[in-house]
Ligand binder design. Structure first.
Ligand SMILES: Nc1ncnc2c1ncn2[C@@H]1O[C@H](COP(=O)(O)OP(=O)(O)OP(=O)(O)O)[C@@H](O)[C@H]1O
Ligand SMILES: [Mg+2]
Length: 401
């Protein structure tokens, strides 16, 4: 409770600001002799809880205190519920909360029991390999091998010898017989990544393996029975590949009997805060740091950025920021410069076209937008807008905010 008898609105604002800066959760009740109505309203607008005239009406004071107490209790309850809502689901290392990802977890569980082939599609960095591993871990074959092969990493001949094996003397350098990955994965799961990169010849050979459950080592006519579940993945549009004649139709239909599509991160932004938390605690462990979180501004930038490289890109950004952060929190300046401009996205839903507004209207709208983005935090808003708090307040009055 504060009184200084100065009778000035600016002084009231100053008092409230000082207390709130010290502890934003402290409530302020101002008291003074015969305060004019406008001054009381002004103070409350500026964040004071109440303004009581002197001499103090004890009943009114008690009422205010009770209200404050009740508000605090409710806020605590809401905070608790929010924490529960924000709780991440971790499914075989895959962190998510978005309904679309929870649906995918359920699909993985259902498919894992019975599948013979699954195709996983999605942009780069969306977690396709993690899903492939989860499918294996949940399958009755979890005790057997999970073998991963990146089909784009090897030239055609080497890839075929890698997948199907070769016999001694099959080609120059084939000094001994080699088992292919399909044989190694026998009884388990083989994961063929970047399947869209397969050459036409290798596509034919793969189709034959899938149809007959047998492989021929390069340079041999002998067939070997293999029983491997096949998970394939691609970030390409295989349907387009088919239409353009780069990908065999029969192979496509064989592979996509079951498909799991992983949506890009920008379409499930509610997962971003959880992933940030997850990668931050992993980095804290790795670097022996104690970073507690990220500032509100940095959080906003991470939420608005389009994430073309998806979760992998986010992981890299948090890794870099954790290395740079000099304080307890990751700040906007710890993020790469191309991300820093995303603190203030332009909403596309503006009713009046931008070019039909006066400069003043644009300024008013802009301030409103920034205030919304920083959840009403005036200090942060002033910093973003590049003006002092004082002139921000003047603008509030001017635009009746
Ligand atoms: N939901 C998630 N939770 C935790 N980590 C994730 C998640 N999604 C992806 N990652 C991490 O992001 C990185 C990329 O994942 P992954 O390799 O599975 O992606 P991908 O879809 O196979 O990418 P690419 O198409 O580039 O091969 C990995 O380091 C992985 O651990
Ligand atoms: Mg991958």
């Amino acid at each position: 409770m504060i009184t200084d008898g100065s009778h000035s609105e600016t002084q009231d604002t100053e008092w409230v600001r000082k207390v709130k800066e010290f502890d934003p959760l402290t409530e302020v009740i101002l008291v003074d002799q015969n305060p004019p109505r406008e001054r009381m309203i002004h103070a409350v607008k500026e964040g004071a809880y109440d303004f009581l005239p002197l001499p103090i009406d004890l009943k009114a004071l008690l009422r205010s205190i009770r209200e404050i107490d009740e508000n605090r209790r409710l806020r605590h309850k809401v905070g608790e519920l929010q924490n529960q809502l924000e709780e991440a689901v971790v499914f075989h290392g895959i962190v998510a909360r978005s309904p679309v990802m929870l649906e995918i977890f359920s699909m993985i569980r259902r498919l894992a029991k019975h599948f013979t082939t699954v195709l996983i599609t999605g942009e780069t960095g969306t977690g396709k390999e993690m899903v492939a591993r989860a499918l294996h871990e949940l399958s009755p074959r979890r005790g057997k091998n999970f073998i991963a092969c990146n089909c784009s990493a090897l030239v055609e001949t080497l890839l075929e010898s890698e997948l199907f094996g070769h016999v001694k003397g099959a080609f120059t350098g084939a000094i001994r017989t080699k088992h292919g990955l399909f044989e190694v994965a026998d009884g388990g799961t083989i994961f063929l990544d970047e399947i869209g990169e397969l050459s036409p010849q290798t596509q034919v050979k793969l189709l034959r393996v899938l149809q007959n459950q047998e492989v021929k080592r390069v340079g041999s006519n002998e067939t070997i029975q293999v029983d491997a579940r096949v998970v394939t993945a691609t970030n390409q549009d295989l349907v387009k590949g088919m239409q353009e004649g780069r990908f065999r139709e029969d192979l496509y239909y064989r592979l996509n009997t079951a498909e799991i599509y992983l949506p890009p991160l920008r379409e499930r932004r509610e997962d971003i805060p959880l992933l940030v938390k997850h990668f931050l605690s992993a980095m804290n462990q790795k670097l022996g740091k104690k970073i507690k979180g990220i500032t509100r501004q940095a959080q906003i930038a991470l939420l608005n950025y389009p994430w073309k490289g998806n979760v992998r890109e986010l992981e890299n950004v948090i890794e870099r920021a954790s290395l740079l952060a000099s304080k307890d929190f990751i700040t906007l300046t710890d993020l790469p410069s191309h991300l820093q401009q995303f603190t203030n996205p332009v909403r596309s839903s503006e009713s009046i076209p931008l070019d039909m507004k006066t400069l003043e209207e644009v300024e008013g709208d802009h301030i409103r937008r920034v205030m919304k983005n920083v959840s009403g935090n005036k200090t942060v808003a002033a910093r973003i807008l590049g003006v002092s708090r004082r002139s921000l307040y003047r603008k509030f009055e001017k635009y009746k905010l």
